[in-house]
Design a protein around this ligand. Structure first.
Ligand code: HEC
Ligand code: HEC
Ligand code: HEC
Ligand code: HEC
Length: 233
């Protein structure tokens, strides 16, 4: 009798042990099945398009900004300050007294975000390239407004404005190069933007979604046409 009870007890203990063990590993198994929430993945930014978004945080400010009619720039004065399309404009104002540096912060205090400068009675144009801090490497001060001697130098024509759409109302193509001009809002929005090219929709952010560069003038597709092999005919 005692032997039988002992065997039953042994099996009961083994059974309880099995249940406990199984229950424990089952619970552990449930824990392991926990799927962590995937970390938020940011899409890779296309390098050549990155700068389009650089000033987009100011898009709504640009949209709601009243137009200061008295101090608008025109394309004429814009072109006047450039030797050819894409040339760095000269610095049309006196440099800050004793300023001998290459630029950097001294220039960015006015040119990073623009705004009205009482001293020059004008809005400071926003620079499309605040990261190129050696400003005076490319921008030289304007000391003379006329030539010492007349020259035969003629400016290459700038691109046309207002004649770049395929259909009335369709988005005009970008008539200029985009190298160094990736930061669209810096020239096309805000008080310092020449009035002819000041955009009505700075809030649309991704400009190149609708506006394509007009490369028709640059690419001569004839170069790429395969010369026919007369033997095949
Ligand atoms: C106190 C503010 C201020 C500072 C500092 C300043 N600028 Fe300007 N800058 C202006 C204003 C305002 C204009 C527009 C002048 C005009 O339209 O008559 C301007 C115009 C220019 C232009 C002509 C832009 C164009 O589209 O034609 C260039 C280039 C320029 N500045 C470069 C510089 C550089 C380089 C420095 C640093 C050495 C500098 N500026 C420092 C306010 C400033
Ligand atoms: C590597 C040469 C280079 C450097 C360095 C440089 N710029 Fe320019 N900048 C240019 C060129 C080229 C343009 C004309 C871009 C165009 O019209 O496509 C320009 C245009 C500008 C404009 C006029 C934008 C407009 O409305 O057309 C301003 C303002 C300006 N730069 C300010 C600055 C300031 C301020 C610095 C220093 C923080 C600086 N630049 C550094 C080459 C340079
Ligand atoms: C350095 C200043 C500058 C930058 C940056 C710039 N533009 Fe322009 N844009 C101009 C000027 C100036 C014109 C007038 C034509 C010319 O001179 O090339 C113009 C003309 C245009 C036009 C034609 C407008 C019309 O009515 O025909 C479009 C569209 C345009 N730009 C789109 C863009 C887009 C999109 C970007 C950004 C990828 C950009 N621009 C960046 C200065 C700039
Ligand atoms: C959803 C498409 C779309 C996007 C995004 C867009 N545009 Fe336009 N854009 C248009 C259309 C359409 C027109 C023609 C408007 C008209 O003729 O009334 C236009 C016109 C223009 C013009 C000519 C002047 C004007 O305002 O009518 C310029 C300059 C311009 N866009 C620049 C830009 C810039 C800079 C950006 C980025 C901030 C941008 N666009 C984003 C569709 C777009």
């Amino acid at each position: 009798m005692k032997k039988r009870l002992g065997i039953i007890l042994l099996f009961t203990l083994l059974f309880i042990g099995f249940i406990i063990n199984w229950g424990y590993s089952y619970k552990k198994g449930l824990e392991e099945a926990y799927i962590p929430i995937a970390k938020e993945q940011s899409l890779p930014i296309i390098f050549s398009e990155k700068k389009v978004f650089e000033r987009s945080e100011f898009a709504l400010d640009y949209l709601n900004m009243p137009i200061d009619e008295a101090h608008q720039r025109t394309l004429d004065s814009y072109y006047n300050n450039r030797a050819y399309p894409g040339a760095p404009p000269s610095i049309p104002h006196p440099l800050i007294k004793g300023e001998r540096g290459m630029g950097g912060k001294a220039c960015l205090q006015c040119h990073q975000n623009g705004g009205f400068t009482d001293k020059f009675n004008a809005y400071a144009p926003v620079t499309p390239h605040p990261e190129m801090i050696n400003c005076r490497q490319c921008h030289v001060a304007q000391n003379e407004s006329s030539f010492f001697k007349e020259t035969t130098f003629k400016k290459v024509l700038f691109a046309q404005v207002g004649n770049n759409s395929a259909l009335p109302g369709s988005p005009p193509m970008i008539p200029h190069e985009i190298q160094m001009r990736e930061n669209c809002l810096s020239c096309h929005a805000g008080q310092a933007a020449p009035k002819e090219i000041r955009v009505t929709h700075p809030d649309r952010i991704n400009c190149r979604q609708c506006h394509l560069p007009d490369t028709r003038k640059v690419v001569d597709s004839n170069i790429f046409t395969r010369i026919k092999n007369t033997k095949d005919e």
